[in-house]
Design a protein around this ligand. Structure first.
Ligand SMILES: [Zn+2]
Length: 173
């Protein structure tokens, strides 16, 4: 058997006929070119075997769908939190008016104006305080101390807001 004959088998990746197998094996030992071709064919078969297992695309699609579901749920959760905090803030502002719903419109307007002016005053004070603190602090106070001061200030303001609301309730009743 000659080289050309086996090379054709190898190039077409044709299975070697059983009666030529021993002659083929013997030829591979003496012909580096055919041995290399045989090696390439073997490697290519391994690559095919290493291809994704059956059902890979399906599993990938299922996982992708699950991930999208989680993402959607997360978006919904965020939206819910936003809505709840919106309701909470709205409720905080509406609370002083709840007892006044049964009062005359004039009283309602007065109560509303009181809360509005108190809120504006609060914001003004906050801005002034932040301005002063900013001007004083930026120069020499460390960021840690600044954060601590800001936390204390916000706690103080929170307490003030609660006392302000408590004070505004008896006025409207
Ligand atoms: Zn050969």
């Amino acid at each position: 058997m000659d080289h050309q004959h086996f090379e054709e088998y190898l190039l077409n990746d044709t299975p070697i006929p059983r009666e030529e197998q021993s002659a083929f094996d013997a030829h591979l030992k003496v012909c580096s070119s055919c041995a290399a071709l045989a090696e390439v064919n073997r490697s290519l078969k391994h690559v095919v075997m290493a291809a994704p297992a059956a059902g890979f695309a399906t599993r990938f699609q299922v996982r992708l769908a699950a991930q999208r579901k989680v993402q959607k749920r997360r978006h919904l959760f965020g939206l819910l939190i936003l809505l709840l905090s919106g309701i909470a803030v709205g409720g905080w502002y509406a609370l002083p008016f709840i007892p006044t719903i049964f009062l005359s419109p004039a009283d309602l307007l007065t109560a509303w104006a009181q809360t509005l002016s108190a809120t504006i005053l609060l914001i003004e004070t906050l801005l002034n305080a932040a301005n002063v603190i900013g001007r004083v602090a930026v120069g020499f106070i460390s960021p840690q101390f600044f954060a601590l001061a800001l936390g204390t200030l916000s706690l103080f303001i929170f307490g003030w807001m609660i006392s302000l609301q408590k004070a505004s309730l008896p006025q409207t009743i």
